[in-house]
Write a protein that binds this ligand. Structure first.
Ligand code: HEC
Length: 314
């Protein structure tokens, strides 16, 4: 279960990608949360929960509910004992987590990464905090998969279920059940279909640029530009001043010798055109003389645009 938390957390991070700043909903069909136990040192079993639900908000806050009564041990009487003695009829366990999104915001469709996640599991009155590494794959514009990278071990004592396990041993006449439980999770999150259709990708991206770009992070990114660009008005160095660049027409700043290619491009610098240009300056305006190979991470671009706007245009 703890794993689940983490997974959710990670997913929230992904979800919070600037371009995807919306609520993501857990897909119970595609998701799987399981834990293992070993009895008498030799008999390994896998149990799972079929009833998991939850969301990750655009602020990166993950909130997942596990319906403890949905535990599946493949034996009815054992399910009942788990619910009664181990989970103490608690109903639901909740997993909450807050993710630092900057780390994952650059993930594009088809890309994968691993992230460190901190989360908290609340089960039958006990709160367990844990850290783990999660594997994240961006399946499509509207789907993200988060899974445990390794098994996560949870102490039954920390989770407050030791007494219940004693009871199970007694009932099943077992000499031993392991007191640390390996947990694995695969969680799939989908962007709300209707929302995704209602807002074309470009519109979402634009909104994200103006709303989600992180000025502080953008200031760091700007170090890559500052060798050639100053932000003071009319202060041109290797490159033109970027004062008031958003909304300006390309290649028009007075006192700087632009290339013909840029000067005659007719581009108006909006978050969209800047995004295209900064991702691949040479490809976007062939023959321009900015000697910079571009910013690979979309988040860096969004953040540097936010910084340019904040610094010179309020
Ligand atoms: C190695 C120097 C260099 C670096 C690094 C560099 N630029 Fe440039 N940039 C230039 C030059 C030179 C031009 C003018 C290109 C031309 O006239 O063809 C330019 C042009 C631009 C323009 C168009 C300005 C206008 O008035 O139309 C923008 C926007 C821009 N750069 C943004 C950036 C950002 C943001 C970064 C950092 C992520 C960056 N540049 C990094 C040298 C650089």
């Amino acid at each position: 279960m703890k794993l689940l938390l983490k997974a959710v957390t990670i997913a929230s991070a992904i979800v919070a990608t600037p371009v995807l700043a919306q609520t993501w909903t857990l897909d119970p069909e595609g998701s799987h949360l399981a834990y293992g136990s070993i009895k008498k040192d030799t008999v390994g079993e896998v149990n799972s929960f079929t009833g998991i639900s939850g969301q990750v908000g655009s602020d990166g806050k993950a909130d997942i509910k596990i319906d403890l009564s949905s535990v599946e041990t493949n034996i009815d009487v054992r399910n009942e004992r788990m619910i009664e003695y181990v989970f103490q009829k608690a109903g639901t366990a909740s997993l909450t987590a807050q993710f630092d999104m900057a780390e994952l915001s650059a993930l594009s469709v088809g890309e994968t990464t691993t992230v460190d996640v901190e989360a908290m599991l609340s089960l039958a009155g006990a709160d367990v905090e844990f850290d783990t590494e999660m594997f994240v794959a961006r399946l499509s514009e509207t789907a993200v998969m988060v899974s445990t990278n390794d098994m996560v071990f949870i102490s039954t004592e920390d989770a407050g279920v030791d007494a219940g396990i004693d009871k199970l041993m007694e009932l099943a006449d077992l000499p031993g059940i392991t007191r640390t439980v390996p947990v694995t999770a695969r969680l799939i999150f989908n962007l709300d279909d209707k929302k995704a259709e209602a807002e074309p990708a470009a519109a979402v991206a634009t909104a994200a640029v103006s709303v989600e770009g992180d000025v502080k992070a953008g200031k760091k990114v700007f170090r890559k530009c500052s060798a050639c660009h100053k932000l003071d008005e009319d202060r041109h160095t290797v490159g033109p001043s970027l004062y008031g660049i958003i909304g300006a027409t390309a290649g028009q700043a007075e006192g700087f010798r632009f290339s013909k290619q840029l000067q005659e491009s007719g581009i108006v610098w909006t978050p969209e055109t800047l995004t295209t240009f900064l991702a691949d300056p040479k490809g976007a305006v062939p023959g321009n003389k900015m000697q910079f190979r571009g910013l690979k991470k979309e988040a860096d671009i969004l953040n540097v645009i936010a910084y340019l706007r904040a610094e010179t245009q309020g």
